[in-house]
Design a protein around this ligand. Structure first.
Ligand code: FAD
Length: 280
């Protein structure tokens, strides 16, 4: 490595981004990147660390919106959102990432930018219709809905261009008034496990506990999260309890998969376990 850049604020970061080349790397908590650098013997010409830009760590939650800085660690995301019923899925997902050590280092921005199909936060941010605030070289900004962020062109997994970083994620809480959310995942183990299937569910219940409206987003099944409208239709008008017909709603998802029966049943189980979280 020739150069290590450690900007101290957003202005310096914007300038530093202009110095990056195709061989440069951006470092957040390092829980993904350091492993990739070792495995692939990556030797960047420039390593840009986001560690000292304090604005990237801010978490600001008001009744109107939640703005979560890209460098907010999973531990802080969990702490800030736990108990807020509309944002509870964020706390569930962040609180279930890896181990305490990983949650103290790993950031929400790194989880999303890394764009692993198995990452837990993307499906929740998708569920909550988060907007991704991006800083470009020279300091220009652009904003993308998370649903568009993962539609990378030319084999890229995200829309981030060379020298762009995620600044924050913004969630409009006014659109979530009356909604509750939850996230649950299936992995190989109960702890420090990588998702095989993740379910992010948001429900709007009436005073009798009947589901008036539902949003369901699955993660870790396909390369990027996706919404399950058939499952949402089944939930409307019912209580948040195990519901017949769910396998049928999930059936199309696994069409052509050699392990379809297992996957369908596993997804149904994760779905039902996520619904049980609404009894909290
Ligand atoms: C033992 C272990 C267990 C884990 N368990 C889970 C789990 O249960 N669930 C889960 O989802 N993940 C898990 N992970 C993965 C990892 O911890 C997360 O993806 C983490 O959130 C990544 O954040 P980071 O800050 O460490 O990113 P880094 O490793 O620093 O960066 C990851 C990638 O994102 C890019 N990047 C980082 N920040 C930005 C930004 N602001 N803008 C643009 N690009 C950026 C980097 O350049 C790099 O390409 C686990 C990892 C380990 C090692």
């Amino acid at each position: 490595m020739n150069t290590c850049l450690i900007p101290r604020n957003l202005e310096e970061l914007g300038e530093a981004l202009g110095q990056l080349t195709g061989k440069s790397l951006i470092l957040a908590g390092g829980t993904d990147l350091v492993l990739q650098m070792r495995a692939k013997h990556l030797e960047p010409d420039v390593l840009l660390s986001l560690s000292d830009v304090s604005a990237l760590r801010d978490i600001i939650i008001t009744p109107e919106r939640a703005v979560i800085g890209a460098m907010a660690t999973m531990a802080r995301v969990k702490e800030a959102t736990d108990g807020l019923s509309d944002l509870q899925a964020l706390a569930d997902a962040a609180g279930g990432v890896g181990s305490p050590q990983i949650r103290n280092k790993g950031t929400i921005g790194g989880n999303v930018a890394n764009a692993s199909p198995a990452a837990d936060l993307p499906s929740v941010l998708w569920l909550l219709n988060a907007q991704v605030d991006i800083l470009c070289p020279g300091g220009l900004r652009r904003v993308l809905p998370i649903q568009q962020f993962f539609q990378g062109k030319d084999g890229r997994k995200t829309q981030l261009e060379l020298g762009e970083v995620i600044v924050s994620f913004t969630i409009d809480r006014t659109a979530l008034q009356g909604w509750r959310s939850a996230f649950h995942k299936l992995g190989h183990r109960s702890q420090v496990t990588i998702s095989r299937i993740g379910m992010a569910i948001a429900l709007r219940l009436n005073s009798e506990g009947i589901i008036e409206d539902a949003r369901v987003v699955a993660g870790a099944i396909k390369p990027i999260p996706f919404q399950l409208p058939a499952a949402e239709d089944i939930l409307r008008g019912k209580r948040p309890e195990p519901t017949p017909g769910l396998c049928i709603a999930l059936g199309e998802t696994f069409k052509g998969n050699t392990r379809r029966v297992y996957k369908e049943n596993a997804a149904k189980g994760v779905f039902e376990d996520t619904l049980k979280l609404f009894a909290r």
